[in-house]
Design a protein around this ligand. Structure first.
Ligand SMILES: NC(=O)c1ccc[n+]([C@@H]2O[C@H](COP(=O)([O-])OP(=O)(O)OC[C@H]3O[C@@H](n4cnc5c(N)ncnc54)[C@H](O)[C@@H]3O)[C@@H](O)[C@H]2O)c1
Length: 351
């Protein structure tokens, strides 16, 4: 039998890396989307809907898969009953008018409903709670609600920073600790408040200079230009803006003792965790530090009181301490330790 090269050729490197990879297309509304369900061992795949331009459909699928895999680790490490998933909508085909966008979101919702609850979508970069209401109107179960999870994400990052500072310098609290916050948005601005309330000193950077200035003025911090943010001498660098801030090009320029922030995909590749270790920089894995938002989503679905939510998000501090101590003992990077812990929980549930 001859196999057609077209059939035999791999689609792209990670084509079979997810439990389920679904390509959605609806020419009538302009919808082109990919849903990556990474793993549902612990429960339905929880993860946001991202909408942005992609260079190619393969690039969109690869991003969905990579982000979905990170969601599996995040949910498992946080002890939540969810697997990991993510979807991306290719912005190139999305109509610019409100009615066209609404029709596309409804169609996306009907596709997601057809997955039978295996995927629980929420808000992510480029989508809003209004979009997700339309997705829900088509029968899909969605996880977002009117409460913005960002303050809870900020609280989790704050707890991770506290733990990392205590671990790194055997310090008691954050008094006079200098934290550089990249991104004065929903998470960064609240994180700044928590840090300053705890006695820390902050430097803020944002590509929107007005936003950085407003936060710095309100909290008594200073502003640094976006180009220079990663090389400021400080105790803690907190990336709360874009992905892949720590890269082969930037890692040698870092002048901090700790990297801990909200941005997903902080490291350009996993090997950089070893470089940070060799440079004596304590790295808190992003999927550990930024889990406050998914904990809030779960708490909302379960009807938790605020006290319970504060305690669960606060537990990120203990977990960070455990991960950093175990990494030291094992002589590995915290990324490896956190990943092994999260994967171990998934594997144990699978048995
Ligand atoms: N919001 C959440 O609950 C949550 C949860 C998990 C992870 N995250 C991640 O945390 C990060 C921040 O989330 P957010 O909700 O605060 O986003 P946001 O859009 O509200 O804020 C991001 C800010 O970063 C700024 N920015 C963009 N590029 C920049 C650059 N190169 N240098 C400096 N500033 C830059 C933007 O102008 C904006 O003010 C994102 O990477 C997001 O994926 C957020």
């Amino acid at each position: 039998m001859t196999v057609s090269p077209d059939i035999d050729a791999p689609l792209f490197s990670g084509a079979f890396g997810s439990e389920q990879l679904v390509h959605l297309a609806d020419p009538a509304t302009g919808l082109r989307a990919v849903v990556a369900i990474d793993d549902t061992t612990l429960g339905p795949g929880l993860g946001g809907v991202r909408m942005r331009p992609y260079a190619s459909p393969a690039a969109a699928a690869e991003e969905a898969q990579r982000l979905a895999a990170a969601m599996s680790l995040k949910n498992a490490l946080a002890g939540l009953p969810y697997g990991g998933a993510k979807s991306v909508i290719l912005a190139g085909g999305v109509p610019s008018d409100a009615a066209g966008r609404a029709a596309l979101m409804r169609r996306f919702g009907s596709f997601v409903a057809g997955l039978g609850g295996r995927y629980l979508p929420g808000v992510d970069m480029g989508t809003t709670t209004a979009d997700l209401d339309l997705v829900a109107a088509s029968g899909a179960t969605v996880t977002c609600n009117d409460e913005d999870p960002s303050p809870w994400t900020a609280l989790g990052v704050y707890q991770a920073i506290r733990a990392a500072v205590e671990h790194r310098w055997a310090a008691d609290g954050l008094r006079d600790v200098h934290v550089v916050i990249q991104g004065a948005g929903h998470v960064g601005a609240v994180l700044g408040e928590l840090l300053v309330d705890a006695g820390a000193r902050i430097t803020v950077s944002d590509v929107d200079p007005g936003r950085a200035a407003a936060v710095a003025e309100r909290l008594g911090g200073t502003v640094v230009a976006p180009e220079g943010v990663a090389t400021v001498e400080c105790d803690v660098f907190a990336p709360c803006a874009v992905a892949r801030v720590v890269s082969a090009a930037t890692v040698d320029g870092l002048r901090c003792g700790v990297v801990a922030g909200a941005a997903n995909d902080t490291l350009e590749d996993d090997g950089l965790a070893e470089d940070l270790l060799s440079a004596g920089i304590t790295y808190v894995p992003d999927f550990l530090a930024n889990a406050g938002g998914v904990i809030q989503i779960h708490g909302h679905l379960e009807g938790w009181e605020t006290d319970r939510l504060v305690a669960r998000v606060g537990a990120i501090r203990d977990l960070t301490r455990e991960v950093l101590a175990a990494a030291d003992r094992e002589g590995t990077s915290p990324l490896v330790t956190a990943r092994v812990l999260a994967q171990g929980r998934i594997d144990a549930a699978r048995r």
